[in-house]
Each structure stands twice: as C-alpha cells, then as structure tokens.
Design a protein around this ligand. Structure first.
Ligand SMILES: NC(=O)c1ccc[n+]([C@@H]2O[C@H](COP(=O)([O-])OP(=O)(O)OC[C@H]3O[C@@H](n4cnc5c(N)ncnc54)[C@H](O)[C@@H]3O)[C@@H](O)[C@H]2O)c1
Length: 266
C-alpha cells in the first residue's frame, strides 16, 4: 500500500479558517508537512492551526491575512518560508461567493469579487512562485469552481473571477515548468461549507436544518451529479493532497474537477 508522505515539506494555505482550506491544511499536516494557515478571520485561523497541530503533532503557524492586499500576501508568504526554511506547496483557496441578478451587482461587488477571487490568487501565485523558482521546486494549487463550466445564472461575476484563475493557472504552469514548479487548479463541485451555508440561509429564509438540507439536495438534484452525491471538503482536500505530492510530479497547468462527474471537458 502506498500513501502520501510530505515529511520535511512546508505548505501555505489561504482561506484556511473555512471549509476546504482547513481540510487541506489538516491533510497536509497529517501527511507530515509543516503548515502555515492564513485567513481574513485571524482568530478563527489561529484556532484551526492550534487544533490541527494538537491533533497531528505537526508544526502549524497562522497569519491573519487579506489576500486582496499584494504586500500583505508577499510578506506573509516570505515570513512562512523563512520560518520553515522552504516553501513546497502553496494553496490559494480563499474566496467569496455572491449570487445576484446581473443588474443588481454594484461596482463595489464586482471589484470585491475580482479583488479576492482573482487578484488575490494571482498575488499568492507571485509570492510563492518567487520563492519556489529560487528553490527550483514547488507546487501551487489554485481554487476555481465548476461554475466556470456550468454557466450558472446569478453566479456570473463569481464565475468570471474563477475563469481568470483557470487562465492564470494554465499559463503560469507552463511558464514555471522549466523552473521545476508545477501549477494546477481544482474545481470543487457542491460542497456544504460556510460559503454554501450563507446561500442556504438566504434561500430558506433562515430555515431549519431540515429545510436547508432539503434545499441543498434540490440544488444538487437540479444540476445532476452522475455519481449521485455532493462533495465533502475532504474529497477536494484529497485531490489537492495528491496534486501537491510527488505522485503528481508529471502534472502541471491542469484544471481538475472534483464534482462527481457533474461537468466534463477535454
Ligand atoms: N463550497 C462550494 O460549493 C464551492 C464550490 C466551488 C468552489 N468553491 C471555492 O472553494 C474555495 C473555498 O471555499 P469554501 O467553500 O471552503 O468556503 P468558506 O467560506 O468555508 O472558506 C473561504 C475562506 O476564505 C476566507 N476569505 C474570504 N475573503 C478573504 C480574504 N480577502 N483574505 C483571506 N481570506 C479570505 C474566508 O474567511 C473563509 O475562511 C473558495 O475559493 C470557493 O470559491 C467552493
């Protein structure tokens, strides 16, 4: 039996106070990596780091971080790399969702979505890429969404920001390949994280847990998942773990869906 061993490696995960970022950080720590967790929710990410470190015995540090601020991203990544003496894995997971009819988005909404979901990912790519190019090794994994392949009404601006992430990933993957650095993106499907909870609260008008579960099941049924069930944060984190590992050493510039077959592309 083979398993993934990241002993001696160091990872940085943005958005790691939230559902999928925290799951990725935990998987890395379980595999033996030292992990830096960063999130806008500074207190929550510090608690996550403490809890993961306690459960896994691994080294975890945390940063309060707004990924939409270029200098702050550069500085947090540099501090983590200095603390660990290296940076092998960068996961740009921080993101926000926003569903509105096209004529209800304000200029501020559009700016905020692109600042965090698209520019924030680019800032993380640049900060980590500089360290990794010098090191001549590393992998960057960016979070996009199946919304780029589905064309979802009311998720237009969000999908646009995530499409930018896919385009960055493909170009940067090829640009950094000669330097020994890989870049991939993941497209999660339907995952019941705090981001999805906000939508469920809205759609059910702050309904009961049963109402929210029924609403989520309806969304999943509408979009049709061949494997028949939605995704868990751990399903996505397992794929991120694989892409971060040497088992994926011949994979770069790729966009990988974790959606039970909901979308296809070739
Ligand atoms: N939940 C889903 O169904 C789904 C589907 C497809 C893609 N995604 C994407 O997956 C990623 C993770 O989402 P999640 O579902 O775990 O959501 P989540 O809300 O649980 O986690 C997102 C985290 O990002 C943090 N964040 C937001 N703005 C930030 C900023 N400016 N700087 C730093 N951190 C910031 C939040 O505080 C939060 O902890 C996001 O990029 C999201 O767009 C989610």
């Amino acid at each position: 039996m083979s398993s993934i061993d990241l002993t001696g490696k160091a990872a940085f995960v943005t958005g790691s106070a939230g559902g999928m970022g925290a799951a990725c950080a935990r998987k890395f720590a379980e595999a033996g990596a030292a992990v830096a967790l960063a999130d806008l929710q500074g207190d929550k990410v510090a608690q996550q780091a403490e809890s993961i470190s306690k459960d896994t015995g691994g080294k975890c540090i945390s940063f309060p971080l707004d990924v939409s601020k270029w200098d702050d991203v550069e500085s947090a990544v540099a501090k983590a790399a200095a603390e660990f003496g290296r940076l092998d894995i960068m996961v740009n997971c921080a993101g926000i969702g926003m569903r509105k009819p096209f004529d209800e988005f304000t200029q501020g909404d559009v700016d905020r979505i692109f600042d965090i979901n698209a520019k924030g990912v680019w800032y993380g790519c640049v900060a980590a890429g500089k360290v990794m190019v010098k090191q001549r090794s590393g992998v960057i994994i960016n979070f996009a969404s199946i919304a780029v392949r589905l064309g979802v009404p009311h998720l237009t601006v969000y999908a646009g920001s995530k499409a930018a992430v896919c385009a960055f990933t493909q170009g940067l993957g090829r640009e950094l390949a000669p330097h020994g650095v890989r870049v991939c993106a993941v497209l999660p499907g339907h995952v019941r994280t705090p981001m999805m909870e906000k939508d469920l609260e809205l759609w059910t008008n702050h309904g009961t847990e049963e109402e929210k579960a029924a609403c989520f099941a309806e969304l999943v049924a509408q979009e049709g998942i061949p494997l028949g069930h939605p995704q868990q944060p751990e399903d996505v984190a397992d794929t991120v773990l694989f892409l971060a590992s040497d088992m994926a050493s011949n994979i770069t510039a790729q966009i990988v869906s974790i959606d039970g077959g909901c979308t296809i592309s070739y």
